[in-house]
Design a protein around this ligand. Structure first.
Ligand code: SF4
Ligand code: SF4
Length: 510
């Protein structure tokens, strides 16, 4: 897989050439006074990829429509959580520090659920990459989706590959300026509709939508939409494959994860070489391979690479070159699959005349099974934790200064700040009781000492955390010790929590 690390020869679309100054400096070259310094980077060669139709192109369309539909529709889905919680199915409520996802509500102290989901997403990508190569890059990555969309806008305004290349080289004039302005306006509209829609995940979508268009939304909403629109406009409209090749770390990580059993888009050079045009091949039967050197695979490539040079970091495995080559093979009466999804191991097998391994067998192998097991185990653990979590929580912090007060009757008082969490969408009555600390009594700011008892009851509002100043008094001569605040949601067996704390006395700490 060493050649996977090879720098992408980007800009190799037909009719373009590599900048001669962009290659590595030859060891024998020397910079001398008066000579121009060698360039340290390659100037971008624009990619004018050709329109193509075929199974992979149609699959790309389907994934694009599905991804965009999920992205746009999700914030508008409603989910009834009762009168005390928002009814948006998926909501990142920063103001109240909550994350809602359908029936799940994540509180800040439960962030490990989000961490678990992120870990699952990471391992899921490892799993997909080791099974079917860079499928994420080729079909579902937002950068791929936007680049693909913008390339279709280019095609709509400027025509297909050759027309776009001609227009690119043409001098600036009124017609070119008008076309460019029209195209960039559509870019901006798409960027606004896609990047800008992200804000609906952070507030009630219908309300924010109304406020946004009536000028009543918070400045941060307009600022966020502007920033996301402009980043989408620049990354998808102009930087395109440069993001995949130079900015995104994922291709580097993926090349490290691919092995000889990973499915990648492969040019079967043993079948295609030596290349020759149809005419030349007809004149010398048996002398040439199946590749007719038509360059169609290069022309349709959205990153402008030539897959015939072997696996390379610029290949996002979108399969469009497979569509293009299969069409050429069909038109010239040859078998499809000169370019195809294959593993490097299978490439060797096929070269030796053996049949390729079935794709299903390639997907289910020890490595992918390990990833799948880890991924599934984390998912099951998260589901188990979600299913068994309680919706009540208690924390207690003791006053440190002063650690205790000796009252006029000789009894000793310690003070605590309790935080009682009600994570259900309805108000609940909760009882806080002392466990341990013989002779100890409890009262709070709103209950006088004369009403001190072993327990107090509080009503905690729906989906809220209530702070309670609690005072605990114990008889004189009580030794320092630990005791427990026990919280119980009344009428709900199992909805309980407790917090162990320290009781200080003049005799010192326990
Ligand atoms: S499309 Fe197929 S036949 Fe044409 S140049 Fe590419 S590999 Fe060769
Ligand atoms: S080489 Fe083929 S699979 Fe790779 S990015 Fe280009 S068109 Fe897509």
């Amino acid at each position: 897989m060493q050649n996977m690390e090879r720098a992408c020869p980007q800009g190799q679309s037909a009719g373009t050439s590599q900048d001669p100054g962009s290659g590595e400096m030859n060891k024998s070259e020397h910079i001398t006074a008066g000579q121009p310094a060698p360039k340290l980077y390659a100037a971008r060669e624009p990619v004018f990829n050709k329109r193509i139709d075929g199974p992979f192109r149609r699959f790309k369309w389907a994934v694009m429509v599905l991804c965009l539909a999920i992205y746009w529709v999700t914030p508008w889905l409603r989910w009834n959580r009762g009168p005390y919680a928002p009814d948006q199915a998926v909501l990142i409520d920063l103001a109240h520090r909550r994350f809602y996802m359908f029936g799940i509500e994540i509180w800040p102290h439960e962030f490990y659920f989000v961490a678990g989901l992120l870990i699952m997403a990471g391992i899921g990508l490892f799993l997909v990459t080791s099974a079917v190569g860079r499928a994420w890059c080729g079909y579902a990555c937002p950068q791929t989706v936007w680049t693909d969309l913008f390339q279709h806008v280019d095609r709509f305004f400027d025509g297909d590959r050759n027309a776009r290349a001609r227009l690119h080289k043409a001098p600036w004039g009124p017609a070119k300026i008008a076309r460019r302005l029209a195209k960039w306006t559509v870019y901006l509209a798409i960027s606004f509709a896609t990047g800008g829609a992200w804000i609906f995940y952070f507030a009630d979508a219908p309300t924010l939508h109304h406020e946004f268009w009536t000028g009543q939304a918070a400045p941060v909403a307009y600022g966020t939409v502007f920033a996301l629109t402009m980043t989408t406009f620049v990354l998808g409209g102009f930087m395109r494959e440069q993001v995949c090749i130079y900015m995104c770390p994922w291709p580097r990580i993926q090349t490290a994860m691919l092995d000889e059993k990973s499915l990648i888009v492969t040019y079967k050079d043993w079948r295609g070489e030596p290349r020759a045009s149809v005419k030349k091949a007809e004149k010398s039967p048996g002398q040439f391979g199946d590749c007719i050197d038509c360059n169609q695979c290069v022309a349709v490539c959205p990153t402008g690479i030539d897959i015939r040079e072997g696996p390379q970091i610029g290949c996002i495995t979108c399969g469009l070159c497979i569509d293009a080559c299969d069409r050429v093979m069909k038109e010239t009466g040859r078998a499809r699959g000169l370019i195809d999804y294959a593993t490097l191991e299978d490439a060797e097998r096929e070269k030796a005349g053996n049949p390729p391994t079935r794709h299903l067998k390639l997907i289910w192998r020890p490595r992918t099974l390990v990833y799948f097991t880890v991924w599934g185990s984390i998912g099951l653990a998260l589901l188990f934790m979600l299913g068994t979590r309680i919706h009540t929580d208690l924390t207690a912090a003791k006053d440190r200064n002063p650690p205790y007060i000796v009252l006029s009757d000789g009894s000793i008082r310690n003070a605590y700040t309790l935080r009682i969490r009600n994570m259900e969408g309805r108000p609940r009555r909760m009882e806080i009781a002392l466990e341990g600390l013989s002779g100890g009594l409890l009262w709070s700011d709103d209950v006088g000492r004369e009403q001190a008892a072993r327990k107090i009851v509080r009503t905690v509002a729906a989906d809220e955390t209530q702070s309670v100043r609690a005072y605990v008094v114990a008889p004189a001569n009580t030794p320092p010790q630990d005791f427990t605040f026990a919280l119980q949601a009344l009428g709900q067996a199992g909805e309980a929590d407790n917090a162990k704390v320290q009781f200080d006395t003049p005799a010192g700490a326990p």
